[in-house]
Design a protein around this ligand. Structure first.
Ligand SMILES: *Cc1c(COP(=O)(O)O)cnc(C)c1O
Length: 372
């Protein structure tokens, strides 16, 4: 479809390849997490770039996300991070998706489907060590659960867990790691030695090498998004996402005029106001306070209530015209606005801003070809 609106997300695949190389530990593999359409960047393109950058596996949240990657021709191992939902087992196994298991019911459904399909597949047992979302709890039950898996004719390829606060809580993360190691030791004592132990999300990958085990599992950092608390600063990660538009209308307004719904922004002096065709339906957070965008290489305040399809920008006395580039996230001249900055102004996190960019914003790939 022809595009008439200039609002686009640009995804730099070189940044993805660079970040994967930078995050890959010397002695552990890397699974790139590409759930939620690759954190809003476009899962297929990001997956290919991550594999080119050295990722050996991909991780997704949904069976549907894994199937979409297979349909796009991606052949690498793909781990689904929760149990296959009831009814999806056969299709997921036929597509060669790697299952996570952590419940008796999930295991029964999986083994029924696997029996009908032939050779056993390697499963990844998820242990709950403190996040309490999904996973086998208590983790001390791992040896008994492993016995059930082998009785069902399935093999364990991996054992894994997930940290609740690796961005800032060393102590809590080490408690989780200790519970994980104890369960792995108990498995070994029962003769079960899985090939792939994994735990580290972005925070742990960046801050805590002792969590790297056989494989790390970063998401946010792969995209150059700060995982939290500014911990990616100075690492050399590159933001893969630029969100840009262009000025659609310009007005000179006198002091005293109020802008947008509710008239909450009153001009204290005459000012040039630019309209930009991006709004909260596109994921520009309606809750953002004191947000800024870049026009003409300078920061300009977003003025008044953010509407569904458009925002207003107070450009003061600057010379701004229709068609001028507007950057919501990314660089322009010497200035840069990060997803993290916009997230902070909206009271959320960079991941939520990136995944929240709406489906009506086209994703354009730059540097698609990996250098030879
Ligand atoms: C989302 C997710 C990750 C990646 O998390 P980041 O903090 O974005 O790196 C890793 N593992 C699991 C199980 C996840 O759900």
């Amino acid at each position: 479809m022809t595009r008439y609106r200039p609002t686009v997300v640009e995804v730099d695949l070189d940044a993805i390849r660079h970040n994967v190389r930078l995050l890959s530990p010397p002695n552990a593999d890397l699974m790139a997490i590409v759930k939620a359409d690759g954190y809003g960047h476009g899962a297929v393109a990001v997956s290919r770039a991550a594999l080119e950058g050295g990722a050996s596996r991909l991780g997704v949240a949904l069976v549907e996300e894994g199937l979409a990657l297979r349909e796009a021709g991606i052949a690498s191992p793909i781990l689904v991070l929760t149990e296959f939902p009831p009814g999806s087992e056969k299709e997921a196994l036929e597509a060669g998706l790697t299952p996570s298991v952590y419940s008796d019911d999930g295991l029964d459904r999986l083994s029924d489907a696997a029996r009908a399909l032939g050779p056993p597949i390697g499963v990844h047992v998820k242990l709950d060590t403190g996040m309490h979302r999904v996973g086998l709890w208590p983790p001390e039950d791992a040896p008994a659960f492993a016995r059930r898996i082998s009785d069902a004719g399935l093999e364990i390829e991996g054992v894994w867990t997930h940290f609740a606060d690796s961005e800032s809580d060393d102590e809590g993360t080490l408690v989780q790691l200790a519970r994980f190691r104890a369960a792995v030791d108990a498995l070994a004592a029962a003769g079960v030695r899985p090939a792939v132990l994994h735990a580290a999300n972005s925070g742990a990958t960046i801050r805590m090498p002792e969590t790297h085990l056989d494989m790390v599992r970063p998401g946010a950092a792969v995209y150059g998004l700060d995982p939290g608390g500014g911990i990616a600063e100075g690492l050399g990660l590159r933001a893969a996402l630029t969100w840009r538009s262009a000025v659609s209308m310009v007005k000179r307004l006198p002091a005293g005029e109020r802008l947008s719904y509710g008239g909450r922004y009153e001009l204290e002096r005459p000012s040039t106001i630019a309209t930009v065709p991006v709004g909260y339906d596109d994921g520009y957070p309606r809750t953002a306070r004191d947000a800024e965008v870049l026009i003409g290489g300078a920061r300009r305040p977003v003025a008044g209530t953010i509407t569904m399809d458009q925002i207003l920008v107070d450009c003061g006395d600057a010379d701004v015209g229709v068609g001028d580039e507007v950057v919501m996230i990314g660089a322009q001249g010497d200035e840069r606005i990060t997803a993290d900055e916009l997230a902070e102004r909206a009271g959320t996190i960079a991941r939520a801003v990136a995944t929240g960019i709406g489906t009506r914003v086209p994703r354009e790939i730059v540097s698609a070809e990996a250098p030879a």
